[in-house]
Design a protein around this ligand. Sequence first.
Ligand SMILES: *[C@@H]1O[C@H](CO)[C@@H](O)[C@H](O)[C@H]1NC(C)=O
Ligand SMILES: *[C@@H]1O[C@H](CO)[C@@H](O)[C@H](O)[C@H]1NC(C)=O
Ligand SMILES: *[C@@H]1O[C@H](CO)[C@@H](O)[C@H](O)[C@H]1NC(C)=O
Ligand SMILES: *[C@@H]1O[C@H](CO)[C@@H](O)[C@H](O)[C@H]1NC(C)=O
Ligand SMILES: *[C@@H]1O[C@H](CO)[C@@H](O)[C@H](O)[C@H]1NC(C)=O
Ligand SMILES: *[C@@H]1O[C@H](CO)[C@@H](O)[C@H](O)[C@H]1NC(C)=O
Ligand SMILES: *[C@@H]1O[C@H](CO)[C@@H](O)[C@H](O)[C@H]1NC(C)=O
Ligand SMILES: CC(=O)N[C@H]1CO[C@H](CO)[C@@H](O)[C@@H]1O
Length: 730
Amino acid sequence: MAYIPILLFGSSILLVLETATGIDTINTAQYIRDGDTITSAEGTYVLGFFSPGKSRNRYLGIWYGKISVQTVVWVANTEIPLNDLSGVLRLTDEGILVLLNRSGSVVWSSSTSTPVRNPVARLLDSGNLVLKEKGDNNLENTLWQSFQHPGNTLLPEMKLGRNKVTGMDWYLTAWKSPDDPSKGNVTCKLVPYGYTEILVMEKSKVLYRSGPWNGLRFSGMPSLKPNPIYKFEFVSNEEEVYYREHLTNNSTHWRVVQSQNGDIHNFKWIEKKQSWLLYGAPKTDYCDRYALCGLNGICNINNSPICDCLNGFIPNVSRDWNMMDWSKGCVRKTPLNSYSNLDIRDGGSGCLLWFGDLIDIRILHENDIDVYIRMAESELGALERSSRKKHMKEDLDLPLFDLDIVACATNNFSADNKLGEGGFGPVYKGALKDGREIAVKRLSKNSRQGLDEFKNEVKHIVKLQHRNLVKLLGCSIEEDEMILIYEFCPNKSLDFFIFDEKHRLLLDWPMRYNIINGIARGLLYLHQDSRLRVIHRDLKADNILLDYELNPKISDFGLARSLGGNEIEANTNKVVGTYGYISPEYANFGLYSLKSDVFGFGVLMLEIVSGNRNRGFRHPDHHMNLLGHAWRLFMEGRPLELAAESIAITCYSYEVLRSIHVALLCVQDKPEDRPNMSCAVLMLGNNDALPQPKHPGFFTERDLFEASYSSSMSKPSSANECSISVLEAR
Ligand SMILES: *[C@@H]1O[C@H](CO)[C@@H](O)[C@H](O)[C@H]1NC(C)=O
Ligand SMILES: *[C@@H]1O[C@H](CO)[C@@H](O)[C@H](O)[C@H]1NC(C)=O
Ligand SMILES: *[C@@H]1O[C@H](CO)[C@@H](O)[C@H](O)[C@H]1NC(C)=O
Ligand SMILES: *[C@@H]1O[C@H](CO)[C@@H](O)[C@H](O)[C@H]1NC(C)=O
Ligand SMILES: *[C@@H]1O[C@H](CO)[C@@H](O)[C@H](O)[C@H]1NC(C)=O
Ligand SMILES: *[C@@H]1O[C@H](CO)[C@@H](O)[C@H](O)[C@H]1NC(C)=O
Ligand SMILES: *[C@@H]1O[C@H](CO)[C@@H](O)[C@H](O)[C@H]1NC(C)=O
Ligand SMILES: CC(=O)N[C@H]1CO[C@H](CO)[C@@H](O)[C@@H]1O
């Protein structure tokens, strides 16, 4: 250890001090010159002089001792740099650390108000430089510590917050630049009163906030999660309120740094790469901009525009709001006669209450918190509907139509525009202002079952796209109304043509064959090619719509089910569907599978060929239904007798025969005997020999009658229609 006399200009005394180097403490008889360092006991941190970035100025600072890249975590003389290598740090008898320049002037000093007998300054392995009475290792009794004077870095064990007794704040201040550690214009503070939260400020303007501490985390910071690297704590008592992190393993190096633009970055040292990794930096986006949507506005980064009013609130100045100037916020649609409040719940600490206007609300897509807002009673009904609307919107990404526009397009849902009844309510024809024709399905009011079907329809159809499936254009969910808007199919539905004595003449065989093939392709898509693997469950002539060119479009997905990846069948206690099209295994055992749709497709084909409904089919010679009749004709070698008289079968007998044959394969009693849709499409399209069909399921009316099922919801059951409902309790 060297003893070097140094001359302190500006003070009249000449002192002889020892250099403190290597060791972790300095006492009043020691000093540190530029070039000397002291190191914490385990070598984790080093105190000494350095020049940041490209700067040639010298600063006293603390950096990591075991890291190859010099990384400074604390700086003493941030505001007054030294411009040469003559800086000296020493500890006075009063227990004050002073940094002197060449002329012996104090450019930086620690402070203390407590008298002290034998002071020492010690650099701890946490990176904290503490001034204390020699021998007293209680951190509580320190005279001064660097951890209470943070710069831009929050180290583990360091507190971000306030000492309520002394009024001292511990907060981060960004550097001006990487070359200049003097105080920049952004800070990161913990608000010590009210609902404690962390604010990033530019001078007095709030840039970002963390959301209040809710007992588990800061509610607006989903990125703050339990993790293997550090634990965090939030302490609020009479003396102190602070946020602090502790390392799980003190061998790791971890720091939180506020950058010049205000962003808070977490860094972890990666030994292998010998570099700092930006670790789980809290992602900020446009919605994080403080109060972007004004009072009572709510920000959703996935919406466009991103600002919305809270439910029950409307834009304060709608002209500005529509121009995307949201700063004036939103006001209540119906004023409250007393105070307003809101509370937030979470797994954390019960609830928080707010009074008055709400500001800076955003939607996060994880760690949901319920927000309850006190509303005028008159608003409540409307709110429930609008939250239903929000829900659908958020889930489905479906274009929303204004109710006024839909009403206008349908002549206010006039009877003249009514096309018929769909699965869950009336269907109207409409025309938009741009001339586009639409079909509008309106959910019957107060229909609980209808609501489920409505949702089911949307859920399935919104994700499906095929030229043989009807296309959903959007929805309208307002006031009491829930409405779906589809492409319009001008040629009505298949039943309109094939079962009507006059209309059936309009459909020649090539048209019918085109329809059969279109339905087959649509079904193949549903069963196999779509992402969802959908079973339609209510395939019937009424649900096959026809477009301008008489192309078939499968519609009405109110009863559809999607299967999981490898699932091919499922079970239900409630049998739904339509009389005449339901497969035996489904009617009898509630077992539905892709093969139930294949059965329905077979029935449809026979209906298209014969022009007769399976349901209610009568024949003078026997008591079989259409399926039995077709099978009988087939077995007797005269299948073409099934074809409707209107079809000029002679020209197309091969296609007609093929269709009947495939149809009979599809309606076989046992699901495993029926082809799947890819097979059915193939069989319709090629000339390969086909297997002999086994007897169909439900080939007499009695079979059908004995089966238990509930009729389709689309047709209100009338007395002479067979509709036995067997709904088992769950
Ligand atoms: C030392 O610091 C004092 C006070 O900041 C200043 O007036 C003086 O010029 C400095 N001396 C040198 C040599 O930098
Ligand atoms: C890590 O170091 C701090 C301060 O030096 C100490 O308080 C803490 O107990 C240590 N944690 C572990 C897990 O060793
Ligand atoms: C802490 O980290 C060091 C270095 O990665 C490792 O060797 C040690 O096993 C760790 N200790 C614990 C308790 O996980
Ligand atoms: C802070 O000051 C710098 C220049 O010193 C400026 O570029 C920046 O826009 C200011 N504000 C923020 C938030 O960075
Ligand atoms: C509504 O706008 C006016 C200015 O047009 C403003 O004074 C008032 O504070 C705004 N109300 C809210 C709730 O933001
Ligand atoms: C539409 O019908 C509703 C209810 O029948 C009625 O209240 C409303 O005034 C009508 N609107 C128009 C524009 O005809
Ligand atoms: C359809 O059936 C054929 C013949 O049984 C079979 O080879 C094919 O794998 C089936 N396709 C699907 C998607 O199940
Ligand atoms: C067979 C039939 O009725 N076709 C009609 C389908 O729709 C278009 C457009 O409305 C009509 O022009 C066709 O006559």
